[in-house]
Each structure stands twice: as structure tokens, then as C-alpha cells.
Write a protein that binds this ligand. Structure first.
Ligand SMILES: [Zn+2]
Length: 265
């Protein structure tokens, strides 16, 4: 009986190697035939409104007129006006509270509060953040609106210019302008963010506006109009660009304690 000789002897380990190679090639073919990965979906245009200060932190004050209460009222008015124009808006706080209990491990109440605001901004996934404040200065001659932007984000500057252009109509003061800002919120929120200083509590004309419900509604209306213009993709309007605060010789913050209008952003 003739001996049958195997044509090819495949040791077990070679077979495994061969099957493995074919498997990998199969995966490659499947992958090559698959659709390209989808484009990252754009974040829906939602506005996060951050009413500055709150709770134990009153911000600036003039008598019993407190920055934290003005910013909350402006925020509620702004939210209503945006939503009336089909622009969804979220509030960083809707009551008189500070956010520092949200970051219990961080040292320093002010830093805890700011870190909690940044964390919130990252978590809610808004398209832009508008932080609301009012100003105070050692001189009662300074008045008007200022909007600070993130110098590293051109869209932040465009947003600031649109809000500023509208605000100047209702707060026609001598300090009107936009500025690059070096504040914690502007440094750490990873999408277009602006810090609005809606007038000076230390200016009698601005204060009259800020103290009246009608005046605050006009300010909120202006900020909403600026956001809507930004969202519509309009070009940056011409507004005065100011140097940073540290370079502005005429602009001095009042002492931190003991004076009317003390304030920190
Ligand atoms: Zn402030």
C-alpha cells in the first residue's frame, strides 16, 4: 500500500499564527469598509448666565444696594428675554447663594466659589457663558459699561463687542469699552465667556439705572440683544477697545474693606 505523504505539515503554532493574521486582516477590511467617524456634533446654542457673587459674598455695595442682588435680578430678566427669542438659557444660581459649598476640598472660600462656577460651566455644556457684575471705583466720575473678554478666544471678543455695543445705548458713561480680562472665570472656562460690568454703583447716573426695576430691565434687554446678534453671526461691531485694568492709570479699584462701593470681580 503506497504511503500517503502529507503535502504540507502545519504545526499547531503556525496554524494559530495564520488564523490570527487572517483575523486581523478581516478586521482591517471591515474597518476599511466602515463609514468615517462622525463629525463631532456642535454644542446646541445654550447660554449659561452667571449672576456674580451671592450668599455670604455681596460683591460691591452702595448702602443697601448690593451687587449680588442686582446681578441676580439682571440674570432672571436676561433669561426671560433670551427664552422669549427661542434662545435657551441656564442660571448658575437662581437664589441668593454662593457656590463654594460645591467644592469643599479647595482652600479659600473665594477660590472655592470660582472653581465651582468653572466646574458648573464645564458640566452644563453651554455654548457661551455671560457672567454678570456691577462695578465700583474710588472716583464717582467713572461711569458706563465694560465687558471683559478672553484674550485667547476671538469669539469671546466678538461676543463682548456685541454686548457692549448694545449696553452703551442704555449706559452712556465715560468708561464704556471692551477689555481683555485676566479673571479666573475667563482663564478657565473652555468656551467663549465674557464678564459684564453693567455700570458703576459709585456713579450717580448708573446707580439710578441699577436701582430701578425699569433700568435693570433695559440693561437685561441690551445684553440679550447683544447675545442674539452674536448668535446670528454678525460681524464684530465697532466699540472702543481699552487696555487692561492694570494699564489704565485713571481706573483704580477702591480699597477692599471699609469704603462704600468696595468690590472684587
Ligand atoms: Zn462683581
Amino acid at each position: 500500500m503506497p504511503r500517503l505523504r502529507p503535502i504540507l505539515v502545519i504545526p499547531g503554532w503556525t496554524l494559530l499564527l495564520l488564523l490570527g493574521t487572517l483575523g486581523a486582516a478581516g478586521l482591517f477590511l471591515i474597518d476599511a469598509g466602515a463609514l468615517p467617524p462622525p463629525e463631532p456634533r456642535p454644542v446646541p446654542f445654550r447660554v449659561l448666565i452667571d449672576p456674580g457673587h451671592g450668599g455670604i459674598d455681596s460683591g460691591c455695595h452702595w448702602g443697601d444696594l448690593l451687587e449680588k442682588e442686582i446681578t441676580l435680578d439682571l440674570a432672571l430678566e436676561l433669561k426671560n428675554r433670551l427664552e422669549a427669542q427661542q434662545v435657551p438659557a441656564l442660571l448658575g444660581r437662581a437664589t441668593d447663594r454662593d457656590l463654594d459649598p460645591l467644592e469643599p476640598t479647595v482652600r479659600g472660600r473665594h477660590l472655592r466659589d470660582l472653581q465651582a462656577r468653572v466646574k458648573l460651566a464645564r458640566e452644563v455644556g453651554a455654548a457661551i457663558l455671560v457672567s454678570l457684575h456691577v462695578n465700583a471705583a474710588s472716583s464717582d466720575h467713572l461711569s458706563g459699561a465694560m465687558v471683559f473678554y478672553q484674550p485667547h478666544l476671538p469669539e469671546s471678543r466678538r461676543l463682548a463687542a456685541h454686548i457692549q455695543a448694545e449696553l452703551e445705548r442704555v449706559l452712556p458713561g465715560n468708561q464704556n469699552g471692551i477689555l481683555p480680562g485676566d479673571f479666573y472665570l475667563l482663564r478657565h472656562v473652555p468656551y467663549p465667556t465674557v464678564l459684564v460690568e453693567a455700570g458703576f454703583l459709585t456713579s450717580s447716573t448708573d446707580r439710578e439705572q441699577l436701582a430701578s426695576p425699569g433700568g435693570r430691565q433695559a440693561i437685561a434687554e441690551a445684553i440679550a440683544a447683544g447675545i442674539v446678534a452674536y448668535h446670528a453671526g454678525r460681524a464684530t461691531p465697532p466699540v472702543l477697545e481699552r487696555p487692561t485694568l492694570t494699564a489704565a492709570a485713571e481706573w483704580r479699584r477702591p480699597p477692599d474693606h471699609g469704603e462704600e462701593g468696595r468690590c472684587s470681580p
